[in-house]
Design a protein around this ligand. Structure first.
Ligand code: NAP
Length: 253
């Protein structure tokens, strides 16, 4: 399958690198506004172009990775190339009707909003796929593609919004926890890189443990908290400082 990614920035670029590494049977073309953006993709063997329309013409599936406010102009530019193709827009927050209006009359075969997260680059994205126009066959095509670079969920509009905040913004939220825990580790006497190593391995291990055992997080908390011990004292101090409320408030804005 030939895939063109229009806009190889943070998200489009991470998607290109992830698909290049983990995708099967695909060839990739990326575009950007500036030649210097394309250099690293060319160096890793991808086709790269400043010409969005001709790049889209050669594709079976087009991924739109530009900022939402220029999506309309870019779709207008590539409109003649969209006939018979599957379009996956990563632009967040564009209502379904607006996106459909942008491609009306182009003959595009199917239209999706697809929201991955930055871990797509390392094959570990949590990706939400929202069908705007398409069928079971195009659903399967898009899901199979993004399944190669992480986990994928088909979502209605409400789930897409929730999933985007939890999983896409969630990457930034997780980074803040890593930073905070690392700073705490330094205060306890570890060098920053050693503290970060401990935080990352602990979080990975905790995630793997929950997945493997299928338990609720509080069940594992109960296994770690010795009565009167330092873990429960630490948890209670975090709650006193508003940990759970802060996380839920951050997710609910
Ligand atoms: N970042 C995330 O975690 C994330 C997650 C989910 C969805 N998204 C969505 O992904 C989209 C991109 O976000 P981002 O953070 O990746 O933005 P970004 O880093 O600014 O990337 C945008 C890319 O678009 C390119 N571009 C700009 N004008 C163009 C044009 N006329 N033709 C071709 N390419 C053009 C830019 O090229 P140059 O680099 O050469 O200027 C840049 O590479 C947004 O719509 C956002 O809502 C982002």
């Amino acid at each position: 399958m030939k895939i063109t990614i229009i806009g190889a920035g943070n998200m489009g670029g991470a998607t290109a690198l992830g698909l290049a590494r983990y995708g099967k049977g695909i060839s990739l073309t990326v575009t950007a506004a500036h030649e210097r953006t394309l250099e690293k993709y060319k160096a890793s063997g991808m086709e790269a172009s400043l010409d969005n329309r001709s790049a889209a013409e050669g594709a079976d599936l087009v991924i739109l990775g530009v900022k939402p406010w220029i999506a309309g102009a870019i779709l207008e530019e590539i409109r003649p190339a969209l006939a018979g193709k599957v379009l996956c827009s990563m632009a967040a927050g564009i209502p379904d009707g607006d996106l459909l209006a942008m491609v009306e009359g182009s003959g595009v075969k199917a239209v999706y909003t697809v929201i991955p997260n930055l871990a797509i680059e390392v094959g570990e994205s949590m990706t939400y796929v929202h069908r705007i126009r398409g069928d079971a066959e195009t659903d399967a095509l898009v899901m199979d593609l993004f399944d190669t670079v992480g986990k994928t969920r088909l979502a209605d509009g409400k789930q897409l919004h929730a999933g985007m905040i939890l999983a896409s913004c969630g990457t930034a939220f997780a980074m803040r926890y890593f930073r905070a825990a690392t700073e705490g580790g330094v205060q306890l006497g570890l060098y920053p890189k050693d503290a970060l190593e401990a935080v990352l391995q602990t979080v990975k291990g905790a995630a793997d443990l929950l997945e493997a055992r299928g338990t609720h997080p509080e069940q594992e908390v109960d296994r770690v908290t010795t009565p009167g011990g330092i873990t429960i004292r630490g948890l209670n101090a975090m709650e006193e400082a508003g940990f759970t409320n802060a996380v839920i408030r951050g997710l609910s804005l």
